[in-house]
Design a protein around this ligand. Structure first.
Ligand code: DON
Length: 573
Protein backbone atom coordinates (compact mmCIF):
# COMPACT_ATOMS: atom_id res chain seq x y z
CA UNK A 1 0.00 0.00 0.00
CA UNK A 2 3.02 2.24 0.54
CA UNK A 3 3.66 1.68 -3.15
CA UNK A 4 0.21 3.02 -3.96
CA UNK A 5 0.66 5.95 -1.70
CA UNK A 6 3.90 7.11 -3.29
CA UNK A 7 2.66 6.42 -6.79
CA UNK A 8 -0.38 8.41 -5.93
CA UNK A 9 1.63 11.26 -4.45
CA UNK A 10 3.91 11.35 -7.46
CA UNK A 11 1.00 11.38 -9.86
CA UNK A 12 -0.76 13.97 -7.75
CA UNK A 13 2.08 16.49 -7.79
CA UNK A 14 2.76 15.97 -11.46
CA UNK A 15 -0.88 16.52 -12.29
CA UNK A 16 -1.14 19.49 -9.92
CA UNK A 17 1.74 21.15 -11.73
CA UNK A 18 0.34 20.66 -15.20
CA UNK A 19 -3.09 21.66 -13.95
CA UNK A 20 -1.79 24.96 -12.58
CA UNK A 21 -0.32 25.78 -15.99
CA UNK A 22 -3.65 24.92 -17.50
CA UNK A 23 -5.50 27.13 -15.01
CA UNK A 24 -3.20 30.05 -15.83
CA UNK A 25 -4.00 29.50 -19.49
CA UNK A 26 -7.73 29.21 -18.90
CA UNK A 27 -7.81 32.31 -16.69
CA UNK A 28 -6.02 34.36 -19.32
CA UNK A 29 -7.98 33.25 -22.34
CA UNK A 30 -11.50 32.33 -21.35
CA UNK A 31 -14.51 34.23 -20.02
CA UNK A 32 -14.78 34.21 -16.24
CA UNK A 33 -17.98 32.14 -16.20
CA UNK A 34 -15.97 29.20 -17.55
CA UNK A 35 -13.14 29.78 -15.10
CA UNK A 36 -15.67 29.73 -12.26
CA UNK A 37 -16.46 26.09 -12.92
CA UNK A 38 -13.48 24.73 -14.81
CA UNK A 39 -13.03 21.21 -16.04
CA UNK A 40 -10.36 19.33 -14.09
CA UNK A 41 -8.13 19.15 -17.18
CA UNK A 42 -6.67 15.87 -15.95
CA UNK A 43 -7.96 12.35 -15.47
CA UNK A 44 -8.22 10.33 -12.25
CA UNK A 45 -8.93 6.65 -11.79
CA UNK A 46 -9.18 4.48 -8.68
CA UNK A 47 -9.95 0.77 -9.05
CA UNK A 48 -9.45 -2.40 -7.07
CA UNK A 49 -6.85 -3.86 -9.48
CA UNK A 50 -3.80 -2.31 -11.20
CA UNK A 51 -4.61 -4.06 -14.51
CA UNK A 52 -8.08 -2.48 -14.51
CA UNK A 53 -6.63 0.95 -13.73
CA UNK A 54 -4.22 0.51 -16.65
CA UNK A 55 -7.12 -0.46 -18.93
CA UNK A 56 -8.94 2.76 -18.02
CA UNK A 57 -5.77 4.76 -18.59
CA UNK A 58 -5.29 3.22 -22.02
CA UNK A 59 -8.81 4.01 -23.15
CA UNK A 60 -8.56 7.62 -21.96
CA UNK A 61 -5.28 7.95 -23.86
CA UNK A 62 -7.08 6.74 -27.00
CA UNK A 63 -9.57 9.60 -26.76
CA UNK A 64 -12.17 7.83 -24.69
CA UNK A 65 -14.14 9.69 -22.03
CA UNK A 66 -14.87 8.58 -18.45
CA UNK A 67 -17.75 6.43 -19.73
CA UNK A 68 -15.55 4.54 -22.19
CA UNK A 69 -13.00 4.12 -19.39
CA UNK A 70 -15.78 2.74 -17.16
CA UNK A 71 -16.64 0.13 -19.80
CA UNK A 72 -12.97 -0.87 -20.13
CA UNK A 73 -12.48 -1.01 -16.36
CA UNK A 74 -15.66 -3.01 -15.70
CA UNK A 75 -14.79 -5.56 -18.40
CA UNK A 76 -11.20 -5.85 -17.17
CA UNK A 77 -12.29 -6.29 -13.55
CA UNK A 78 -14.49 -9.13 -14.83
CA UNK A 79 -11.27 -10.81 -15.97
CA UNK A 80 -8.76 -10.02 -13.21
CA UNK A 81 -11.12 -9.92 -10.20
CA UNK A 82 -13.32 -12.89 -11.14
CA UNK A 83 -14.31 -13.28 -7.49
CA UNK A 84 -15.76 -9.78 -7.32
CA UNK A 85 -17.79 -8.94 -10.40
CA UNK A 86 -18.16 -10.02 -14.00
CA UNK A 87 -20.20 -10.61 -17.12
CA UNK A 88 -22.17 -13.16 -15.11
CA UNK A 89 -23.19 -10.46 -12.61
CA UNK A 90 -24.49 -6.92 -12.47
CA UNK A 91 -24.11 -3.52 -10.87
CA UNK A 92 -24.93 0.15 -10.75
CA UNK A 93 -23.04 2.74 -12.82
CA UNK A 94 -23.67 6.31 -11.67
CA UNK A 95 -22.85 8.76 -14.47
CA UNK A 96 -22.36 12.52 -14.56
CA UNK A 97 -22.03 14.13 -17.98
CA UNK A 98 -20.16 17.43 -17.70
CA UNK A 99 -21.46 19.26 -20.77
CA UNK A 100 -25.10 19.37 -19.58
CA UNK A 101 -24.70 18.15 -15.98
CA UNK A 102 -26.97 15.20 -16.81
CA UNK A 103 -26.91 12.51 -14.12
CA UNK A 104 -28.26 9.00 -14.34
CA UNK A 105 -27.89 5.62 -12.68
CA UNK A 106 -27.51 2.74 -15.10
CA UNK A 107 -29.30 -0.13 -13.37
CA UNK A 108 -27.60 -3.27 -14.64
CA UNK A 109 -28.73 -5.27 -11.62
CA UNK A 110 -29.43 -8.97 -12.19
CA UNK A 111 -33.06 -10.02 -12.31
CA UNK A 112 -34.88 -13.19 -11.31
CA UNK A 113 -35.63 -15.57 -14.19
CA UNK A 114 -39.29 -15.94 -15.23
CA UNK A 115 -39.48 -19.38 -13.64
CA UNK A 116 -38.40 -18.05 -10.22
CA UNK A 117 -40.99 -18.01 -7.45
CA UNK A 118 -41.07 -16.75 -3.92
CA UNK A 119 -40.68 -20.11 -2.18
CA UNK A 120 -38.05 -21.56 -4.48
CA UNK A 121 -35.44 -21.85 -1.72
CA UNK A 122 -37.74 -23.34 0.95
CA UNK A 123 -37.98 -26.98 1.92
CA UNK A 124 -41.30 -28.75 2.55
CA UNK A 125 -41.36 -27.54 6.12
CA UNK A 126 -41.00 -23.97 4.85
CA UNK A 127 -37.43 -23.48 6.02
CA UNK A 128 -34.88 -21.74 3.83
CA UNK A 129 -32.30 -24.08 2.26
CA UNK A 130 -29.40 -21.64 2.40
CA UNK A 131 -27.03 -23.23 -0.09
CA UNK A 132 -29.55 -23.22 -2.96
CA UNK A 133 -29.52 -19.42 -3.18
CA UNK A 134 -25.72 -19.31 -2.87
CA UNK A 135 -24.16 -22.18 -4.81
CA UNK A 136 -24.74 -23.49 -8.31
CA UNK A 137 -26.97 -22.36 -11.19
CA UNK A 138 -30.22 -22.08 -9.22
CA UNK A 139 -28.60 -19.22 -7.26
CA UNK A 140 -27.93 -17.20 -10.39
CA UNK A 141 -30.14 -14.34 -11.53
CA UNK A 142 -30.06 -13.11 -15.16
CA UNK A 143 -26.87 -11.06 -15.57
CA UNK A 144 -27.03 -7.32 -16.28
CA UNK A 145 -23.40 -6.28 -16.69
CA UNK A 146 -23.00 -7.15 -20.41
CA UNK A 147 -26.14 -5.15 -21.30
CA UNK A 148 -24.99 -2.22 -19.16
CA UNK A 149 -21.57 -2.10 -20.83
CA UNK A 150 -23.10 -2.13 -24.32
CA UNK A 151 -25.58 0.56 -23.28
CA UNK A 152 -22.98 2.86 -21.72
CA UNK A 153 -20.65 2.56 -24.72
CA UNK A 154 -23.40 3.20 -27.23
CA UNK A 155 -25.21 6.04 -25.50
CA UNK A 156 -22.47 7.86 -23.57
CA UNK A 157 -19.07 6.82 -24.93
CA UNK A 158 -16.85 8.33 -27.61
CA UNK A 159 -15.43 4.99 -28.69
CA UNK A 160 -17.00 1.82 -30.10
CA UNK A 161 -17.61 -1.01 -27.62
CA UNK A 162 -15.09 -3.08 -29.58
CA UNK A 163 -12.31 -0.66 -28.65
CA UNK A 164 -13.28 -0.36 -24.98
CA UNK A 165 -13.44 -4.15 -24.60
CA UNK A 166 -10.01 -4.68 -26.15
CA UNK A 167 -7.95 -4.39 -22.92
CA UNK A 168 -10.20 -6.96 -21.19
CA UNK A 169 -9.90 -9.38 -24.12
CA UNK A 170 -6.15 -9.00 -24.00
CA UNK A 171 -6.05 -9.59 -20.24
CA UNK A 172 -8.19 -12.73 -20.61
CA UNK A 173 -5.96 -14.13 -23.37
CA UNK A 174 -2.64 -13.20 -21.81
CA UNK A 175 -3.74 -14.18 -18.33
CA UNK A 176 -3.21 -12.55 -14.97
CA UNK A 177 -1.22 -13.60 -11.95
CA UNK A 178 -3.15 -14.47 -8.79
CA UNK A 179 -2.43 -12.40 -5.69
CA UNK A 180 -3.15 -12.82 -1.97
CA UNK A 181 -6.65 -11.35 -2.35
CA UNK A 182 -7.53 -13.93 -4.99
CA UNK A 183 -6.16 -16.80 -2.90
CA UNK A 184 -8.01 -15.67 0.22
CA UNK A 185 -11.35 -15.64 -1.57
CA UNK A 186 -10.71 -18.90 -3.42
CA UNK A 187 -9.90 -20.52 -0.05
CA UNK A 188 -13.26 -19.32 1.30
CA UNK A 189 -15.13 -20.86 -1.66
CA UNK A 190 -12.80 -23.79 -2.41
CA UNK A 191 -15.23 -26.66 -1.84
CA UNK A 192 -18.01 -25.19 -3.98
CA UNK A 193 -15.54 -24.25 -6.71
CA UNK A 194 -14.21 -27.80 -6.74
CA UNK A 195 -17.73 -29.15 -7.17
CA UNK A 196 -18.11 -27.52 -10.63
CA UNK A 197 -15.51 -28.98 -13.04
CA UNK A 198 -15.54 -25.91 -15.31
CA UNK A 199 -15.05 -23.43 -12.44
CA UNK A 200 -12.29 -25.63 -11.00
CA UNK A 201 -10.54 -25.94 -14.39
CA UNK A 202 -10.45 -22.19 -14.95
CA UNK A 203 -10.04 -20.71 -11.49
CA UNK A 204 -8.08 -23.35 -9.54
CA UNK A 205 -4.68 -24.89 -10.13
CA UNK A 206 -5.07 -28.64 -10.78
CA UNK A 207 -8.27 -28.52 -8.76
CA UNK A 208 -6.53 -26.99 -5.75
CA UNK A 209 -5.90 -23.54 -4.38
CA UNK A 210 -3.60 -21.72 -6.82
CA UNK A 211 -0.10 -20.91 -5.62
CA UNK A 212 0.99 -17.25 -5.57
CA UNK A 213 2.26 -16.33 -9.02
CA UNK A 214 0.00 -18.81 -10.86
CA UNK A 215 -1.31 -17.35 -14.13
CA UNK A 216 -5.01 -17.65 -14.99
CA UNK A 217 -5.80 -17.63 -18.71
CA UNK A 218 -9.47 -17.37 -19.76
CA UNK A 219 -9.79 -18.30 -23.45
CA UNK A 220 -13.57 -18.90 -23.32
CA UNK A 221 -14.20 -15.58 -21.57
CA UNK A 222 -12.08 -13.85 -24.22
CA UNK A 223 -14.31 -15.43 -26.89
CA UNK A 224 -17.47 -14.33 -25.12
CA UNK A 225 -16.07 -10.78 -24.90
CA UNK A 226 -15.24 -10.97 -28.62
CA UNK A 227 -18.86 -11.90 -29.37
CA UNK A 228 -19.90 -8.76 -27.50
CA UNK A 229 -17.26 -6.69 -29.28
CA UNK A 230 -18.66 -7.84 -32.63
CA UNK A 231 -22.39 -7.86 -31.88
CA UNK A 232 -22.89 -5.64 -28.83
CA UNK A 233 -25.54 -6.74 -26.36
CA UNK A 234 -26.82 -9.44 -28.74
CA UNK A 235 -23.38 -11.08 -28.55
CA UNK A 236 -24.24 -12.13 -25.00
CA UNK A 237 -28.05 -12.22 -24.76
CA UNK A 238 -28.75 -13.90 -28.11
CA UNK A 239 -27.03 -16.40 -30.37
CA UNK A 240 -24.40 -18.91 -29.46
CA UNK A 241 -23.37 -17.48 -26.06
CA UNK A 242 -26.98 -17.21 -24.87
CA UNK A 243 -27.81 -20.71 -26.10
CA UNK A 244 -24.78 -22.18 -24.37
CA UNK A 245 -25.48 -20.34 -21.12
CA UNK A 246 -29.07 -21.60 -21.01
CA UNK A 247 -28.20 -25.16 -22.02
CA UNK A 248 -25.49 -25.49 -19.37
CA UNK A 249 -27.50 -23.80 -16.62
CA UNK A 250 -30.46 -26.12 -17.25
CA UNK A 251 -28.26 -29.19 -17.52
CA UNK A 252 -27.02 -28.49 -14.01
CA UNK A 253 -30.48 -27.91 -12.54
CA UNK A 254 -31.01 -24.19 -13.19
CA UNK A 255 -34.18 -22.54 -14.53
CA UNK A 256 -32.99 -19.96 -17.08
CA UNK A 257 -34.60 -19.70 -20.51
CA UNK A 258 -33.44 -18.02 -23.71
CA UNK A 259 -36.35 -15.58 -23.34
CA UNK A 260 -34.99 -14.52 -19.92
CA UNK A 261 -31.75 -13.45 -21.56
CA UNK A 262 -33.33 -11.88 -24.61
CA UNK A 263 -35.77 -9.88 -22.48
CA UNK A 264 -33.19 -8.51 -20.04
CA UNK A 265 -33.11 -4.70 -20.16
CA UNK A 266 -30.88 -2.10 -18.60
CA UNK A 267 -32.93 0.56 -16.81
CA UNK A 268 -31.93 4.22 -16.57
CA UNK A 269 -32.96 5.50 -13.16
CA UNK A 270 -32.93 8.92 -11.64
CA UNK A 271 -30.31 8.93 -8.86
CA UNK A 272 -31.32 9.68 -5.28
CA UNK A 273 -30.14 13.11 -4.16
CA UNK A 274 -29.81 15.07 -0.94
CA UNK A 275 -27.72 17.72 0.73
CA UNK A 276 -25.36 17.74 3.67
CA UNK A 277 -23.95 21.07 4.93
CA UNK A 278 -24.05 22.60 1.45
CA UNK A 279 -22.67 19.53 -0.32
CA UNK A 280 -24.96 17.91 -2.87
CA UNK A 281 -25.05 14.11 -2.59
CA UNK A 282 -25.98 12.02 -5.63
CA UNK A 283 -26.26 8.30 -5.02
CA UNK A 284 -27.78 4.97 -5.97
CA UNK A 285 -31.54 4.67 -6.50
CA UNK A 286 -33.61 1.54 -5.77
CA UNK A 287 -33.24 -1.39 -6.28
CA UNK A 288 -30.26 -0.27 -4.23
CA UNK A 289 -31.01 0.72 -0.68
CA UNK A 290 -27.76 2.69 -0.58
CA UNK A 291 -28.76 6.18 -1.67
CA UNK A 292 -31.91 6.37 0.44
CA UNK A 293 -30.23 5.03 3.59
CA UNK A 294 -27.28 7.35 3.07
CA UNK A 295 -29.44 10.46 2.69
CA UNK A 296 -31.56 9.46 5.69
CA UNK A 297 -28.43 9.16 7.87
CA UNK A 298 -26.99 12.46 6.63
CA UNK A 299 -30.32 14.24 7.18
CA UNK A 300 -30.40 12.96 10.76
CA UNK A 301 -26.78 14.00 11.37
CA UNK A 302 -27.22 17.45 9.80
CA UNK A 303 -29.33 18.38 12.81
CA UNK A 304 -26.37 18.20 15.18
CA UNK A 305 -23.17 20.27 15.38
CA UNK A 306 -21.25 17.02 14.91
CA UNK A 307 -17.75 18.49 14.68
CA UNK A 308 -18.13 20.39 17.95
CA UNK A 309 -19.36 17.46 20.03
CA UNK A 310 -17.17 15.26 22.24
CA UNK A 311 -15.99 12.13 20.41
CA UNK A 312 -18.30 9.76 22.29
CA UNK A 313 -21.43 11.82 21.54
CA UNK A 314 -20.30 12.26 17.94
CA UNK A 315 -19.87 8.48 17.46
CA UNK A 316 -23.07 7.73 19.40
CA UNK A 317 -25.12 9.97 17.10
CA UNK A 318 -23.66 8.42 13.96
CA UNK A 319 -24.55 4.98 15.33
CA UNK A 320 -28.12 6.08 16.14
CA UNK A 321 -28.52 7.45 12.60
CA UNK A 322 -27.26 4.12 11.21
CA UNK A 323 -29.63 2.14 13.43
CA UNK A 324 -32.69 4.04 12.16
CA UNK A 325 -31.76 4.06 8.48
CA UNK A 326 -31.14 0.30 8.50
CA UNK A 327 -34.49 -0.34 10.16
CA UNK A 328 -36.21 1.48 7.32
CA UNK A 329 -34.10 -0.25 4.71
CA UNK A 330 -35.93 -3.56 4.74
CA UNK A 331 -39.26 -2.10 5.72
CA UNK A 332 -39.63 -0.03 2.57
CA UNK A 333 -37.06 -1.05 0.00
CA UNK A 334 -36.97 -3.47 -2.90
CA UNK A 335 -37.34 -3.33 -6.68
CA UNK A 336 -39.23 -0.09 -7.50
CA UNK A 337 -40.83 -1.77 -10.52
CA UNK A 338 -42.62 -4.14 -8.13
CA UNK A 339 -43.31 -2.12 -5.01
CA UNK A 340 -44.04 1.53 -4.21
CA UNK A 341 -41.15 3.22 -2.47
CA UNK A 342 -41.76 6.60 -0.82
CA UNK A 343 -38.35 7.93 -1.94
CA UNK A 344 -39.19 11.59 -1.43
CA UNK A 345 -40.56 11.04 2.02
CA UNK A 346 -37.63 8.90 3.18
CA UNK A 347 -35.05 11.37 1.90
CA UNK A 348 -36.85 14.49 3.17
CA UNK A 349 -35.25 16.40 6.07
CA UNK A 350 -38.64 16.47 7.86
CA UNK A 351 -38.69 12.68 7.88
CA UNK A 352 -35.22 12.66 9.44
CA UNK A 353 -36.40 15.18 12.01
CA UNK A 354 -39.08 12.66 12.99
CA UNK A 355 -36.52 9.88 13.27
CA UNK A 356 -34.29 12.06 15.44
CA UNK A 357 -37.10 12.70 17.90
CA UNK A 358 -36.37 9.33 19.50
CA UNK A 359 -32.60 9.90 19.70
CA UNK A 360 -31.25 10.75 23.12
CA UNK A 361 -27.75 12.03 23.58
CA UNK A 362 -27.38 10.42 27.02
CA UNK A 363 -28.20 6.83 26.16
CA UNK A 364 -28.36 4.32 23.32
CA UNK A 365 -31.74 3.38 21.89
CA UNK A 366 -32.33 -0.37 22.05
CA UNK A 367 -33.12 -1.64 18.56
CA UNK A 368 -35.95 -3.59 20.17
CA UNK A 369 -37.56 -0.28 21.17
CA UNK A 370 -38.01 0.56 17.49
CA UNK A 371 -40.41 -1.30 15.20
CA UNK A 372 -38.47 -4.22 13.78
CA UNK A 373 -37.59 -5.87 10.54
CA UNK A 374 -35.50 -8.73 9.23
CA UNK A 375 -32.30 -8.03 7.34
CA UNK A 376 -30.82 -10.64 5.09
CA UNK A 377 -27.18 -9.71 5.42
CA UNK A 378 -24.84 -11.62 3.19
CA UNK A 379 -22.03 -11.00 0.79
CA UNK A 380 -18.29 -11.18 0.90
CA UNK A 381 -17.16 -9.64 -2.28
CA UNK A 382 -17.92 -7.13 -5.01
CA UNK A 383 -15.94 -4.23 -6.47
CA UNK A 384 -16.08 -0.47 -6.86
CA UNK A 385 -14.25 2.00 -9.09
CA UNK A 386 -14.29 5.79 -9.50
CA UNK A 387 -13.28 7.73 -12.61
CA UNK A 388 -13.19 11.38 -13.62
CA UNK A 389 -11.96 12.61 -16.99
CA UNK A 390 -10.47 15.94 -18.00
CA UNK A 391 -13.83 17.36 -19.04
CA UNK A 392 -15.38 16.58 -15.68
CA UNK A 393 -17.41 13.54 -16.80
CA UNK A 394 -17.49 11.06 -13.96
CA UNK A 395 -18.49 7.53 -13.09
CA UNK A 396 -18.96 5.79 -9.76
CA UNK A 397 -19.66 2.10 -10.30
CA UNK A 398 -20.22 -0.72 -7.82
CA UNK A 399 -20.45 -4.14 -9.45
CA UNK A 400 -21.08 -7.56 -8.02
CA UNK A 401 -21.56 -11.26 -8.45
CA UNK A 402 -22.40 -11.34 -4.69
CA UNK A 403 -20.40 -14.05 -2.87
CA UNK A 404 -16.71 -14.51 -3.74
CA UNK A 405 -16.71 -16.28 -7.10
CA UNK A 406 -20.53 -15.83 -7.18
CA UNK A 407 -22.40 -19.12 -7.48
CA UNK A 408 -19.06 -20.83 -8.32
CA UNK A 409 -20.71 -22.17 -11.47
CA UNK A 410 -19.38 -21.52 -14.98
CA UNK A 411 -21.49 -22.67 -17.94
CA UNK A 412 -19.05 -24.76 -19.98
CA UNK A 413 -17.63 -23.04 -23.04
CA UNK A 414 -18.55 -19.47 -22.02
CA UNK A 415 -15.99 -18.63 -19.32
CA UNK A 416 -18.77 -16.69 -17.58
CA UNK A 417 -18.78 -17.27 -13.84
CA UNK A 418 -22.38 -16.80 -12.68
CA UNK A 419 -23.60 -14.66 -9.81
CA UNK A 420 -25.52 -15.78 -6.73
CA UNK A 421 -27.41 -12.54 -6.42
CA UNK A 422 -30.69 -14.44 -5.82
CA UNK A 423 -29.46 -14.61 -2.24
CA UNK A 424 -30.00 -10.84 -1.92
CA UNK A 425 -33.74 -11.52 -2.02
CA UNK A 426 -35.45 -12.51 1.20
CA UNK A 427 -35.79 -16.24 0.76
CA UNK A 428 -38.47 -16.50 3.41
CA UNK A 429 -40.65 -13.42 3.41
CA UNK A 430 -43.84 -12.98 5.32
CA UNK A 431 -42.99 -15.37 8.14
CA UNK A 432 -43.16 -13.29 11.29
CA UNK A 433 -40.07 -13.33 13.43
CA UNK A 434 -39.73 -11.69 16.82
CA UNK A 435 -40.06 -8.28 15.21
CA UNK A 436 -42.51 -9.07 12.37
CA UNK A 437 -41.09 -9.49 8.87
CA UNK A 438 -42.73 -6.52 7.18
CA UNK A 439 -39.56 -5.52 5.37
CA UNK A 440 -38.86 -8.88 3.84
CA UNK A 441 -42.14 -8.67 1.93
CA UNK A 442 -40.85 -5.77 -0.17
CA UNK A 443 -37.91 -7.89 -1.20
CA UNK A 444 -39.66 -11.21 -1.83
CA UNK A 445 -38.67 -13.21 -4.92
CA UNK A 446 -40.81 -12.69 -8.03
CA UNK A 447 -40.19 -13.43 -11.72
CA UNK A 448 -38.33 -10.58 -13.41
CA UNK A 449 -37.72 -8.78 -10.09
CA UNK A 450 -34.33 -7.33 -9.09
CA UNK A 451 -33.01 -8.16 -5.61
CA UNK A 452 -32.49 -5.35 -3.11
CA UNK A 453 -28.88 -4.19 -2.99
CA UNK A 454 -26.69 -2.16 -0.66
CA UNK A 455 -24.31 -0.97 -3.37
CA UNK A 456 -23.83 2.78 -3.04
CA UNK A 457 -21.86 4.48 -5.82
CA UNK A 458 -21.90 8.16 -4.85
CA UNK A 459 -20.97 11.68 -6.01
CA UNK A 460 -20.44 14.67 -3.72
CA UNK A 461 -20.41 18.18 -5.10
CA UNK A 462 -20.07 21.62 -3.55
CA UNK A 463 -18.46 24.94 -4.51
CA UNK A 464 -15.27 23.55 -3.04
CA UNK A 465 -15.03 20.35 -5.00
CA UNK A 466 -16.33 17.09 -6.36
CA UNK A 467 -15.78 13.58 -5.02
CA UNK A 468 -16.58 10.18 -6.50
CA UNK A 469 -16.61 7.24 -4.10
CA UNK A 470 -17.91 3.79 -3.21
CA UNK A 471 -16.86 0.39 -1.88
CA UNK A 472 -17.79 -3.29 -1.70
CA UNK A 473 -18.75 -4.78 1.68
CA UNK A 474 -22.32 -6.16 1.73
CA UNK A 475 -24.62 -4.36 4.14
CA UNK A 476 -21.67 -2.36 5.55
CA UNK A 477 -21.26 -0.55 2.22
CA UNK A 478 -23.70 2.21 3.15
CA UNK A 479 -22.09 3.04 6.49
CA UNK A 480 -18.62 3.03 4.91
CA UNK A 481 -19.80 5.59 2.35
CA UNK A 482 -21.38 7.61 5.16
CA UNK A 483 -18.10 7.70 7.12
CA UNK A 484 -16.29 8.63 3.89
CA UNK A 485 -18.65 11.58 3.34
CA UNK A 486 -18.13 12.77 6.92
CA UNK A 487 -14.35 12.68 6.32
CA UNK A 488 -14.69 14.70 3.12
CA UNK A 489 -16.91 17.09 4.99
CA UNK A 490 -14.16 17.54 7.60
CA UNK A 491 -11.75 18.49 4.77
CA UNK A 492 -9.71 15.30 4.98
CA UNK A 493 -7.57 14.15 2.06
CA UNK A 494 -8.84 11.47 -0.27
CA UNK A 495 -6.28 9.06 1.16
CA UNK A 496 -7.61 9.72 4.68
CA UNK A 497 -11.12 9.13 3.40
CA UNK A 498 -10.40 5.64 2.04
CA UNK A 499 -8.14 4.69 4.96
CA UNK A 500 -10.44 5.78 7.80
CA UNK A 501 -11.00 3.15 10.51
CA UNK A 502 -14.61 1.98 10.30
CA UNK A 503 -17.53 1.15 12.55
CA UNK A 504 -21.01 -0.01 11.67
CA UNK A 505 -24.48 -0.52 13.11
CA UNK A 506 -27.34 -2.07 11.17
CA UNK A 507 -30.19 -2.15 13.68
CA UNK A 508 -29.94 -5.92 14.10
CA UNK A 509 -27.80 -7.34 15.53
CA UNK A 510 -28.03 -4.52 18.06
CA UNK A 511 -24.29 -3.93 18.33
CA UNK A 512 -21.62 -1.60 17.03
CA UNK A 513 -19.27 -3.64 14.86
CA UNK A 514 -15.85 -2.02 14.54
CA UNK A 515 -12.46 -2.57 12.98
CA UNK A 516 -9.39 -3.02 15.18
CA UNK A 517 -8.28 0.50 16.21
CA UNK A 518 -11.52 2.17 15.08
CA UNK A 519 -12.61 3.04 18.62
CA UNK A 520 -10.08 3.85 21.36
CA UNK A 521 -10.33 2.04 24.71
CA UNK A 522 -11.75 5.13 26.40
CA UNK A 523 -14.28 5.71 23.61
CA UNK A 524 -15.37 2.08 23.87
CA UNK A 525 -15.93 2.56 27.58
CA UNK A 526 -17.97 5.73 27.06
CA UNK A 527 -20.12 4.08 24.39
CA UNK A 528 -20.78 1.15 26.71
CA UNK A 529 -21.78 3.58 29.44
CA UNK A 530 -24.33 5.05 27.03
CA UNK A 531 -25.73 1.52 26.69
CA UNK A 532 -24.22 0.40 23.37
CA UNK A 533 -23.20 -3.21 22.80
CA UNK A 534 -19.80 -3.52 21.16
CA UNK A 535 -18.71 -6.22 18.75
CA UNK A 536 -15.01 -5.85 17.91
CA UNK A 537 -14.01 -7.36 14.58
CA UNK A 538 -10.76 -9.20 14.02
CA UNK A 539 -10.40 -8.04 10.41
CA UNK A 540 -10.67 -4.79 8.54
CA UNK A 541 -13.32 -4.57 5.84
CA UNK A 542 -14.15 -2.72 2.62
CA UNK A 543 -12.14 -1.62 -0.40
CA UNK A 544 -13.01 2.02 -1.07
CA UNK A 545 -11.92 3.73 -4.30
CA UNK A 546 -12.23 7.49 -4.41
CA UNK A 547 -11.39 10.44 -6.62
CA UNK A 548 -11.44 14.07 -5.52
CA UNK A 549 -11.33 17.26 -7.54
CA UNK A 550 -10.55 20.35 -5.49
CA UNK A 551 -12.24 23.05 -7.56
CA UNK A 552 -10.56 25.90 -5.71
CA UNK A 553 -7.00 24.79 -6.34
CA UNK A 554 -8.05 22.78 -9.42
CA UNK A 555 -6.15 19.74 -8.26
CA UNK A 556 -7.22 16.20 -8.81
CA UNK A 557 -6.35 13.37 -6.43
CA UNK A 558 -7.29 9.72 -6.18
CA UNK A 559 -6.80 6.96 -3.63
CA UNK A 560 -7.28 3.25 -3.34
CA UNK A 561 -8.15 1.65 0.01
CA UNK A 562 -4.99 0.38 1.76
CA UNK A 563 -7.02 -2.71 2.76
CA UNK A 564 -7.09 -3.93 -0.87
CA UNK A 565 -4.66 -4.33 -3.75
CA UNK A 566 -6.01 -1.57 -5.97
CA UNK A 567 -4.35 1.32 -7.69
CA UNK A 568 -5.19 5.01 -8.00
CA UNK A 569 -3.67 7.34 -10.58
CA UNK A 570 -3.94 10.93 -11.73
CA UNK A 571 -2.87 11.69 -15.31
CA UNK A 572 -2.53 14.85 -17.34
CA UNK A 573 -5.15 15.05 -20.10
O1 DON B 1 -25.83 -5.98 -3.87
C1 DON B 1 -25.44 -6.17 -2.73
O2 DON B 1 -25.74 -5.46 -1.78
C2 DON B 1 -24.51 -7.34 -2.46
N1 DON B 1 -24.66 -8.34 -3.47
C3 DON B 1 -23.12 -6.82 -2.39
C4 DON B 1 -22.17 -7.86 -1.88
C5 DON B 1 -20.89 -7.28 -1.40
O3 DON B 1 -20.65 -6.10 -1.42
C6 DON B 1 -19.92 -8.20 -0.84
N2 DON B 1 -18.70 -7.48 -0.52
N3 DON B 1 -17.79 -7.68 0.16
Amino acid sequence: MVRNYFQLRGAFFYAAKSISLLIAFITLFTPSSFAADPAPGAHAIATAHPVATAAGQKILAQGGNAFDAAVAISATLAVVEPYGSGLGGGGFWLLHRAKDRFEVMIDGREQAPAAAHRDMYLDEAGNAIGHLSLNGPLAAAIPGEPAALAHIAEKYGNLPLRQSLAPAIQAAEKGFVVDEHYIKRARFRLEVMQSDPETAAIFLQNGQLPKPGYRIIQKDLANTLKQMAAKGRAGFYEGVVAQTLVREVRRAGGIWSEADLKNYRVIERQPVTGEYHGTRITSAAPPSSGGIALITMLNVLAQYPLEQLPEATHTHLIVEAMRRAYRDRAQYLGDPDFIDIPVERLTHPFYAAGLSASIRTDRATRSAELPGYHLNQRGHHTTHFSVMDGEGNRVAATLSINYPFGAAFTPKGTGVLLNDEMDDFSAKPGTPNAYGLVGAEANAIAPGKRPLSSMTPTFLESDAGVAVLGTPGGSRIITMVLLGILEFSADKSVLDVVSRARFHHQFLPDAIQFEPNALSESLQKELQQLGHHLKPMTRRYGNMQAVHWNKRSNTLSAASDPRGGGEAIVLPE
